[in-house]
Design a protein around this ligand. Structure first.
Ligand code: NAD
Length: 354
């Protein structure tokens, strides 16, 4: 066995159906009594529900969370939190809203509770991102990790099936890349495999006509999100995440859909250099081959499989390849410009990996 280092992070996780009802107790357990609730404009109703549940423990709502945390929005939220004299933040939503909670925690060191309603996994990481003058800067800081994560399956039922599928693929990508990370360890490998298996079961069933199957799939998916987010928060990501960062940041492609499309091709690129990781991913999915298995599951669940269908322009592929080659980062297979250009072409065309 290889030598390894494992770092545990103290976070309280509450998981189940109807767990939102426990929020008041969770806020009190942090010693807090003046919470600000964060959401996107589209999830204002959830924020109000949370505020009602908290009663006197909620002193305000900020409902303008946005994708990639623009600095102006973070400043407004921080100013409101300071003006209201809050002692805790509660973020209800996906990665964008949790990202705003992190931006507040980063400067104020306020404890923060995340209530994730997508599968992106930000709640289990110390990674934060803030966008200033069009450039997203990311950093690592333990202060941004939510102290408590409350997973309530009921809150994910409103996530449309198509968004759920791509969000699930986004999560699966964290676990699949963690399996070949240079700094992984046996505990995270187990967590990653179980996370991949959970999505392998959940994704084909999310669009089912059978309500009992959907309920089981929603619970599996949120459980998988927790595990995959844990893998993301524990080890470094490779080529796949860097490519998606480039495509999202420089070409404005949608986050989860980009992950869905690129993942089979990034895995195919790394397959020969990381055979054990591929075997584990394939086994967790119950498929013969990791890149093809991932592609088939996403396509079978109705996801769009070509970058050309989500706003990428053919003329930008060379530039995307150049940007991806500029940053050096650990990846099982060395970065080769021609092969990465071909990877991007395959993702652009949406072909099934060979
Ligand atoms: P998102 O948070 O932007 O949500 C997309 C939309 O779906 C929003 O309008 C949101 O209000 C809505 N929504 C969320 N949950 C819903 C539900 N249950 N029902 C109905 N609508 C719902 O999307 P995301 O994919 O969760 O997050 C993407 C962002 O998170 C990106 O900016 C990404 O960089 C970041 N992220 C960060 C990390 C990290 O570790 N820092 C990890 C993963 C993602």
């Amino acid at each position: 066995m290889k030598d390894f280092v494992y770092t545990g992070h103290a976070q309280r996780v509450v998981f189940g159906s109807g767990t939102l009802q426990r929020l008041g107790k969770e806020v009190a357990a942090l010693g807090a009594s003046r919470a600000i609730v964060l959401s996107t404009p589209g999830q204002r109703a959830e924020a109000e529900r949370v505020a009602t549940l908290l009663g006197a423990r909620c002193v305000g709502i900020f409902d303008r969370a946005e994708m990639h945390v623009p600095i102006e929005v973070a400043r407004e939220a921080r100013e409101l939190a300071a003006k209201l004299g809050v002692d805790c933040a509660v973020a209800v939503g996906g990665g964008s809203t949790i990202g705003l909670g992190k931006a507040i925690a980063l400067e104020s060191a306020l404890p923060f509770i995340a209530i994730p309603t997508t599968y992106a996994g930000s709640e289990m990481t110390s990674i934060y991102g803030i966008t200033e003058t069009g450039l997203k800067k990311t950093g690592l800081d333990a202060r941004v990790r939510p102290r408590t994560v409350l997973y309530d399956v009921d809150l994910t039922l409103s996530l449309p099936v198509a968004t759920s599928v791509t969000s699930g693929m986004n999560a699966l990508a964290h676990a699949a890349e963690s399996l070949y990370a240079a700094d992984t360890n046996p505990v995270i490998d187990l967590i990653a495999q179980e996370g991949i298996a959970a999505f392998g079961r959940a994704l084909p069933a999310l669009g089912s006509a059978d309500p009992a199957r959907i309920d089981a799939a929603r619970a599996e998916a949120l459980y998988g999100a927790w595990l995959c987010g844990t893998a993301l928060g524990a080890v470094g990501m490779g080529l796949h995440h860097k490519l998606c960062h480039t495509l999202g940041g420089s070409f404005n492609l949608p986050h989860a859909e980009t992950h869905t499309i690129v993942l089979p091709h990034a895995l195919a690129y790394n397959a020969k250099a990381a055979p054990t990781a591929m075997a584990r991913t394939a086994q967790a999915l119950g498929r013969g081959d990791a890149p093809q298995g991932v592609f088939d599951i996403a396509q079978g669940a109705g996801a769009r499989m070509a970058l050309r269908d989500i706003g990428m322009r053919s003329a930008d592929l060379d530039r995307a390849c150049e940007i991806a080659m500029q940053n050096r980062y650990p990846n099982p297979r060395p970065l080769e410009a021609r092969a990465i250009r071909q990877l991007l072409q395959d993702a652009f065309d949406g072909v099934r990996p060979a």
